[in-house]
Design a protein. Structure first.
Length: 120
């Protein structure tokens, strides 16, 4: 396998967003974490309509990142398909079923007060 150059966090974010778009993810939110935490540069939160879609989106995303950049993602929760966490290094991805996402409300924890994710 040819050596692959590591993508910038912005390139990685774009690839993740395009993968989720290809797989019909819903309510995709990206949060800029730079300067807020050391866990990564960006967080992406998205929903799938069913456990099956959430599991499939996570599987495809991990495959694409491995193919494109040689990145082996750490993952949690893939078995249940309610909430899958994918850690690609610079970008942390959370894929939820809508009711699980509503319950945990991660956006509220990370988004600045008064931002677009605020309830209206």
């Amino acid at each position: 396998m040819a050596s692959q150059s590591q993508p910038t966090s912005e390139q990685l974010l774009e690839r993740i967003l395009s993968s989720l778009s290809d797989d019909k993810a819903e309510d995709v939110v990206q949060i800029d974490l730079r300067g807020k935490t050391e866990i990564g540069d960006y967080m992406v939160i998205a929903s799938g309509r069913s456990t099956r879609q959430v599991a499939a989106m996570s599987e495809k995303l991990m495959d694409r990142l491995k193919q494109d950049y040689g990145i082996i993602c750490k993952t949690e929760g893939k078995g249940a398909g309610d909430w899958v966490l994918i850690d690609s290094g610079d970008v942390i991805v959370h894929l939820f079923r809508p009711e699980v996402r509503e319950f945990y409300q991660l956006e509220k924890m990370w988004m600045p007060a008064g931002s677009a994710a605020a309830e209206g």
